[in-house]
Design a protein around this ligand. Structure first.
Ligand code: FAD
Ligand code: EPU
Length: 337
């Protein structure tokens, strides 16, 4: 039965653990329920916030509009050939449950993306990535509802404008397109992608490397690097790794020979924001309950009762400090609301 809640707490709906509420909250379980909610409860003067599992948002205030959490579940195999499986997954499925499903069925392509929090509906938004893989490489299409006219639209992969932590859904279509399902193409003859340095090291002692052992290695690395979600609130990396020009990179490297850099497809050089923040002196710093993780300075923490505003203030101070020290403007990865 379709329910819309008033003054609903969002505490359990954001991994930062910020205590705010939504004026209206609904979690439709079917595409029809979603359309009904938009029809009945969405008014042009009211703000709309779409959320999944809240692992990439920072809520800085009570939300004075309608929050929709698409809770549509289901995983359907649409087609299977000797080489590939085409799978439709509804937005409300948990991402990592889908990864486990793929590995158990021998479908390759998402194993490096093991243990990333969040829903399947949100995975295309910032084109989730880790350990040398990005979800765009296995996405066939993304389907959803345009909130302007309630039309259903499907975007095939090359219309999604995927980039590093970016897509059309995070830009032109932000807050205007509710993703209802994603179609993936997985390989039934997986070629493992283990070139990422730390992953390669982790797998070095293994007699046999398969989808499951890649998953276990990724989980081990993630447990080492990321804060324990039962102890601290966080949303993973708070900032994106900046891409700077080669000449700027060469200048920086003459002062800091150890600056970590990643190759990119274009002319620029991607550098590690965590390193910049650490070098600016922020690792382990804490003001009240808002702090910077001591093992990975790209991650901001809520030690208990920090407000969204306190975490946002801390992020702004870090941005100013990195800009002053290195002349680099960090951009947030987390969606600040
Ligand atoms: P939410 O946080 O609820 O929403 C994120 C954005 O997507 C919001 O703008 C929201 O409006 C929008 N949105 C959500 N669902 C929909 C929908 N159905 N339709 C339209 N818009 C929608 N990310 C990585 O890429 N790589 C990592 O390695 C990684 N590690 C992380 C580690 C930790 C400990 C944490 C907490 C986060 C990490 N993240 C990582 C970030 C996060 O896991 C991803 O961004 C994830 O895809 C967010 O999913 P969600 O359902 O929680 O989305
Ligand atoms: N580093 C430091 N100090 C720090 C943090 C990092 O010197 O405080 C250095 C590390 O030593 C390493 C380099 O920076 O040489 C990169 O660090 P790490 O391997 O931890 O990766 P990252 O670039 O900080 C990115 C993603 C993560 C993803 C990992 C693994 C972004 C913004 N973050 O982190 O994604 O899991 O790579 O692929 O691209 C997320 O998006 O929320 C997220 C966690």
């Amino acid at each position: 039965m379709l329910k819309v809640f008033k003054n609903h707490s969002l505490y359990k709906h954001n991994t930062f653990g910020v205590k705010v509420s939504a004026k209206f909250y609904a979690a439709p379980e079917t595409p029809d329920e979603l359309i009904t909610i938009l029809h009945k409860y969405r008014t042009p003067d009211q703000d709309l916030l779409i959320i999944g599992e809240g692992s990439n948002i920072l809520l800085t205030n009570n939300f004075q509009g309608l929050v929709i959490r698409p809770d549509i579940k289901g995983i359907e195999i649409l087609d299977k050939s000797p080489d590939n499986a085409i799978i439709k997954v509804w937005a409300g499925e948990n991402w990592d449950n889908f990864v486990v499903y793929c590995i158990n069925n021998g479908f390759g392509g998402v194993e490096n993306l093991s243990w990333i929090p969040g829903s399947v509906g949100a995975c295309p938004i910032q084109n989730i990535g880790a350990y040398g893989a990005e979800v765009e490489n296995v996405i066939e299409s993304v389907t959803g509802i345009l909130t302007d006219n309630l039309e259903q639209i499907t975007f095939i992969r090359n219309k999604c404008n995927f980039g590093y932590r970016d897509s059309i859904f995070k830009q032109e279509l932000k807050d205007r397109f509710i993703i209802t399902n994603v179609i993936f193409k997985l390989s039934r003859n997986p070629v493992l992608n283990t070139t990422y340095g730390r992953l390669q090291n982790e797998l070095a002692g293994n007699k046999k490397t398969d989808l499951q052992s890649v998953r276990q290695a990724v989980i081990k690395i993630r447990k080492d690097k990321l804060p324990d979600p039962d102890k601290f609130g966080s949303a993973g990396s708070f900032f994106r790794n900046p891409v700077i020009s080669k000449s700027k990179f060469n200048n920086l490297r003459s002062d800091y020979s150890d600056i970590p850099a990643y190759p990119t497809n274009n002319q620029g050089v991607k550098i590690a924001a965590g390193w910049l923040i650490e070098k600016a002196g922020w690792a382990g710093k804490r003001t009240g309950d808002a702090g910077v993780y001591n093992k990975q300075a790209l991650i901001l923490l809520n030690y208990g009762s920090a407000t969204g505003k306190q975490i946002k203030d801390l992020a702004e101070k870090i941005m100013i400090s990195v800009s002053n020290k290195f002349g680099i403007d960090l951009q947030t990865e987390v969606n600040v609301i």
